[in-house]
Design a binder for this molecule. Sequence first.
Ligand SMILES: Cc1cc2nc3c(=O)[nH]c(=O)nc-3n(C[C@H](O)[C@H](O)[C@H](O)COP(=O)(O)OP(=O)(O)OC[C@H]3O[C@@H](n4cnc5c(N)ncnc54)[C@H](O)[C@@H]3O)c2cc1C
Ligand SMILES: NC(=O)c1ccc[n+]([C@@H]2O[C@H](COP(=O)([O-])OP(=O)(O)OC[C@H]3O[C@@H](n4cnc5c(N)ncnc54)[C@H](O)[C@@H]3O)[C@@H](O)[C@H]2O)c1
Length: 462
Amino acid sequence: MDYDILIVGSGPAGQHAAWQAARMGKKAAIIERKPSIGGAGLQTGTIPSKALREAAYLASRTGTQGMREASRTARYGVMAEAVRRKDMVITQQESVIVKRLLKSGVTLIPGEASLVDAHTLEIIDSKGVSKKLSAEIILLATGSRPRRPSHIPFDKKTVLDSTSILNLKKLPGSLLVVGGGVIACEFVSIFAALGVEVTVVDSHEQLLAYLSEDVVGVLAESFENMGVEFHMQERVAAVSIEEGRTLTLLESGKRLYSEAVLYALGREPNSQSLNTPMAGIELDQGWITVNDDFQTSVPNIYAVGDLIGWPALASTGMEQGRAAVLHAFAGKTHAMPEHLPMAIYAIPEISWVGKTEKEAKKEKINYVVGRGHFKESARGQIIGDINGLVKLIVDATSHKLIGVHIVGEHASELIHTGQMLMHFGGTVHDLVGNVFNYPTLAECYKLAALDCMEALNKSALP
Ligand SMILES: Cc1cc2nc3c(=O)[nH]c(=O)nc-3n(C[C@H](O)[C@H](O)[C@H](O)COP(=O)(O)OP(=O)(O)OC[C@H]3O[C@@H](n4cnc5c(N)ncnc54)[C@H](O)[C@@H]3O)c2cc1C
Ligand SMILES: NC(=O)c1ccc[n+]([C@@H]2O[C@H](COP(=O)([O-])OP(=O)(O)OC[C@H]3O[C@@H](n4cnc5c(N)ncnc54)[C@H](O)[C@@H]3O)[C@@H](O)[C@H]2O)c1
């Protein structure tokens, strides 16, 4: 065999698999078909969108109306600066990742890989030169791409997906966003904060339909304050490009014109190029099926990251890659954490871990809810976030924390306090008795816990 492990795809999942294999002294290589490593995590998804979000967020903090007050020229300047900063972050991160991989002994092989059999890959480079490499273990981490239905005329300039919108050279005057999910909310935030007139069309009653109304309501209000227009419970029938502008026709008959359209309705797996039938790998609608140890139906072939579907995050892909390699070479069954944190880097951020109220109700759990509002904390007042909220869901019988939902500044960071408490089976009493730094937003955990105690005392009354 040429290698102990061959990893297809250099996104977060592939990188962390390779790094773990190298730390275990294994001969590992990553095969990547794009000229740059990093996948959607670094090149077209997580990091660029977060870098743009940060620039837009800072711009939105200047004056009460943010960039809406600024001239178009000033806004173009902000966009150019945001793109420059995004590209700089990507370059720096790429250098960190490449150095880390090379230093630990991982080989980087350019080219597109496909399966020849359970232990062999064919790799074709950009010049069309083909070679075959074999390994004891093959790990597939080829990720996903935006879903692009054939009836939508994507052109990378006016009708965009989450990849092409990152390469816009010029800020559009208006943007229509199709979808109310994670990608939609993050890009609505970025463009609305930069002063673009944003319109949202979504088939659900509310944005982020799986989350509670009280949490999403804070985000929706922020969007409304930034001038975003909503067409909820509406479906897109067609999108066309007419004389340099777009026309979005809704099933209800409404006609909406905008300079650009972002279509953000889900992602599709990158499994076609892998030639999975050659090794007999099972798929479910293109997504690769794996067991709890990330083995495919062919035991020496593992699959991780977006390629296996939900939760399809950079954060979870990294840990799946590490866990798969541990299982392959050490036989350890590494259970993924039960409580996965989720974050939406909108303006404001939303983050949560554990159950929603809807899920708790569905599972017939007797629970109470407590809220700690940022406006009640000195830090919330100091930083000017008076709409933020920490919401706790607590099992009324065991008093254990079963869900934490945060909306507001630093929600994606604050969530880890709740996540760790849930991991160790902590109760609401641990939060009530804890000492938090003062003044901090984290104190809202204590405020929310005290609110829960009131609800628990009430629920204990005969
Ligand atoms: C706009 C956006 C924002 C996001 N924000 C976040 C966030 O804030 N937090 C978060 O945790 N997640 C976020 N995500 C999700 C995150 O980017 C993905 O979950 C993550 O990148 C998936 O990692 P992966 O390693 O599975 O695949 P990818 O990152 O998609 O990498 C797969 C790599 O495989 C390569 N490849 C494919 N086929 C072949 C082949 N046959 N041969 C060789 N190479 C191949 C591809 O070129 C690619 O480089 C975001 C996604 C998007 C689109
Ligand atoms: N902060 C983050 O963690 C982050 C940010 C951006 C993207 N992501 C990743 O990217 C993935 C994709 O993001 P997204 O916003 O496109 O997905 P999403 O699942 O959040 O939202 C997609 C929306 O499109 C609708 N939809 C999906 N498939 C459809 C179909 N076939 N027809 C009509 N409507 C359909 C869904 O009902 C939903 O409202 C996320 O699931 C996540 O894994 C994560």
